[in-house]
Design a protein around this ligand. Sequence first.
Ligand SMILES: NC(=O)C1=CN([C@@H]2O[C@H](COP(=O)(O)OP(=O)(O)OC[C@H]3O[C@@H](n4cnc5c(N)ncnc54)[C@H](OP(=O)(O)O)[C@@H]3O)[C@@H](O)[C@H]2O)C=CC1
Ligand SMILES: O=C(O)C1=N[C@H](C(=O)O)C[C@H](O)C1
Length: 265
Amino acid sequence: MMTINIIVAGPRGKMGSEAINMIEKEDAFRLVACIDRKNGGKTLQDIESLPALNIPIFDDVEACFEKIEADILIDLTVPEVGYVHTLAAIKHNIRPVVGTSGFTSEQISELTALAEEKKLGAIIAPNFAIGAVLMMKFSQMAAKYFPDIEIIEKHHDNKLDAPSGTAIKTAELIRESRNRKQQGHPDEKETINGARGAEFDGMRIHSVRLPGLVAHQEVIFGSDGQLLTIKHDSFNRGSFMEGIKFSVEKVMELDKLVYGLENIL
Ligand SMILES: NC(=O)C1=CN([C@@H]2O[C@H](COP(=O)(O)OP(=O)(O)OC[C@H]3O[C@@H](n4cnc5c(N)ncnc54)[C@H](OP(=O)(O)O)[C@@H]3O)[C@@H](O)[C@H]2O)C=CC1
Ligand SMILES: O=C(O)C1=N[C@H](C(=O)O)C[C@H](O)C1
């Protein structure tokens, strides 16, 4: 059995710490280093909330990639830094598996081109929960028949990016199967800015942020006399780990960047 050597960026985060637990449970996965802006020079065992492991922590991504032999970077940080980490990983021939949301489409295009040039596998997945991927695909199917759509995504109030990566990916998939349609009344006016949500290809995306929520999305399709709702809920971060595990295995076989788990499931 081949061992896959993994670096995790964002180890103290909700997703990063869950990913470390997942890696520890897998015989074929080996955690070799972490990237953490506040704990460079320490080891994982120096951090109270994390497993007592003698794994080096780097605050500098370049130093980490130069010193540590790794196959994969799992990035679970914030958009600006996650992009820098992903770019550096590809340059160092380390395959990125990116959960961090909020990359721009220009950044994704740039990373795609670089991975193609290097013939290196990479995965950027707006949502690693298998149920969420199905929710997006079912929405894409339904959009062909029900072109009037509102996406409502709901997340915890520590989330930095809006709309969520999942909502953007859902809208992108819907755009592939639906002719552009400007929804609502042509003369509608917002008396408070943002009341109708964000506009994407004529449909609307609404972002709810509340304590108590984890990650939830409803796609509502309206038609004459009927309403279809396609809904997914993640109640904990464990829901994303199956997709991360699958991506870590799959990215080793790829020679290009894949954006969205639906393309490899
Ligand atoms: N694709 C998917 O399926 C999923 C994706 N996500 C995405 O994953 C990312 C992480 O989510 P989550 O774990 O909930 O978030 P957390 O806020 O819990 O963790 C974020 C981590 O990033 C670190 N970080 C923040 N700012 C910086 C910075 N400037 N430089 C370096 N590190 C930094 C934080 O460290 P510090 O304490 O120093 O700030 C922390 O360790 C988000 O982008 C989220 O949208 C989340 C769930 C599922
Ligand atoms: O920040 C989160 O929590 C999540 N972010 C991802 C997104 O932006 O879609 C995935 C999931 O919704 C959880």
